[in-house]
Each structure stands twice: as structure tokens, then as C-alpha cells.
Design a protein around this ligand. Structure first.
Ligand SMILES: O=C(O)c1ccccc1N[C@@H]1O[C@H](COP(=O)(O)O)[C@@H](O)[C@H]1O
Length: 225
């Protein structure tokens, strides 16, 4: 299975095109007003149409209510819901049933203790995404460009594909992948010039680094076997 690369927080056609042209597997759109990447529904409609079928579209929300999610689903027509708040296992089950979409649930990580809740979520969510736990006074629970200790995931047996995120960039990605061995990676701040301002060259460099790290890992595994 090849590494799934998700570029999140896209808000301009030019950088969306850069991600698609460089081979992003998933592109994420943020619907959370305190975020510098928050999108209006009109902008989401245009960007969503631009994706066509070139990548999976992911709608990121944080503890959003049913009506908000219904509007997003109607407008963006996402392939995935990314739930990045304190959504319970029961809420995920309910949303999957209501909208018929696969769910990626973000789990905040700071220490090994944070993995205690994962099995319950993995039983209902289609993908788990591990992100660094945001400080208590942060304006948003993710998209802060801060990594966590990837060794926490080293021996994880989840029985389900998982994504790694939090402070990834073209420079630290290979090390992160080597340690945590995720099936997918997700980035926002690491491909930005300033919060909310994506950079096409940084997107290309990130995706290039991801493909390079993936190839090295395959070679190392083949040589070891
Ligand atoms: O991107 C945001 O603004 C955001 C807002 C609220 C919740 C999550 C958000 N982004 C997600 O956070 C992680 C890590 O991002 P970063 O690379 O450290 O900036 C990633 O999964 C984004 O999808």
C-alpha cells in the first residue's frame, strides 16, 4: 500500500492545483471559523469543483452540529469527514449513518496515555489521525505546526490504517515516517509561508519528500527481507 499524502487547509485555486499536480492523494478544506484556513461555503464550492476526481476531498470540522455538516456536505461534496474536535464514538457512529461518508477521527497526542481511547475510536472511525495535542489556550485544536514525540506510535498495533500529522514538513518527514510507520501523512503549516498562506513550492517539496521517504522505506524493507 503506498503512502497516502494529504495536504490540508487549502484555500486558493493556485495552491490547490499545485497539490493536485504534484500528486496529493487527499486535499483538505477547513470549516472552523477561528482557523486562518476557514473557508466560506461559496469558496468551498468552487475549490471542490476544481478538484474533480483528482484527489479525495476531505471536509475538516471541529465539534460541528448536524446543520453545519449538512451544508458542507451539500456544497463541497466531500469524500471524507475529518473530525478534529471532541466528538464521541457515538457521535461518529451517528454522523457516519446520517451522511454515509467515511470518517477520519483526529486523536490528540502528548503522551502514551493518550492512546488509551484509540481502540474505541478505531472500532467505528475508518481512519485514525494522530495529531499533537494543542495547548489549552490555543485558538484551534490543530493546524499549529507543532510535532509530538513520534516514538509514542512506534509499536502501535491498531488494526486500521492511520495518519500522522502535527508539525510535519519536507525536512522532518522521512524521520517521522521511519519512526511511526503511518499509512498516511497530513500537513498544513509545513507547506505555508505564513499561517493560512500556502506555498506551491513548499507543497511540491513536501510531496517529493514523502515519495522519496516512501521509496527508501520500501528499499530498506526489501533489503532486510
Ligand atoms: O488547519 C487548521 O487550521 C486546523 C484547525 C482546526 C483543527 C485542525 C486543523 N488542522 C489539522 O491539524 C493537523 C496538523 O496541522 P499542522 O501540519 O501541524 O499545521 C492536520 O491534520 C490538519 O488537518
Amino acid at each position: 500500500m503506498s503512502l497516502i499524502v494529504k495536504i490540508c487547509g487549502l484555500s486558493e485555486p493556485e495552491t490547490l492545483d499545485a497539490a493536485l499536480d504534484a500528486g496529493a492523494d487527499m486535499v483538505g478544506f477547513v470549516f472552523f471559523p477561528p482557523s486562518p484556513r476557514h473557508l466560506s461555503l461559496e469558496a468551498a464550492r468552487d475549490l471542490g469543483r476544481r478538484v474533480k476526481d483528482r484527489a479525495g476531498k476531505v471536509a475538516l470540522t471541529v465539534d460541528a452540529d448536524d446543520a453545519t455538516i449538512a451544508n458542507i456536505v451539500e456544497t463541497l461534496r466531500p469524500d471524507w469527514l475529518q473530525l478534529h474536535g471532541r466528538e464521541s464514538v457515538a457521535r461518529i457512529r451517528d454522523l457516519k449513518q446520517q451522511f454515509g461518508l467515511p470518517v477520519m477521527k483526529a486523536i490528540p497526542v502528548e503522551s502514551r496515555d493518550d492512546l488509551a481511547a484509540v481502540a474505541g475510536y478505531a472500532a467505528v472511525a475508518d481512519r485514525i489521525l494522530f495529531d499533537a495535542r494543542a495547548p489549552k489556550d490555543a485558538t484551534r485544536p490543530g493546524g499549529l505546526g507543532v510535532p509530538f514525540d513520534w516514538r509514542i506510535l512506534e509499536d502501535l498495533k491498531l488494526g486500521k490504517p492511520f495518519f500522522l500529522s502535527g508539525g510535519l514538513n519536507a525536512g522532518n518527514l522521512a524521520q517521522a515516517i521511519n519512526i511511526a510507520r503511518p499509512q498516511g501523512i497530513d500537513v498544513s503549516s509545513g507547506v505555508e509561508r505564513a499561517p493560512g498562506v500556502k506555498d506551491a513550492n513548499m507543497i511540491r517539496a513536501f510531496i517529493g519528500a514523502a515519495r522519496g521517504a516512501e521509496a527508501s522505506l520500501h528499499t530498506a524493507t526489501a533489503n532486510a527481507g
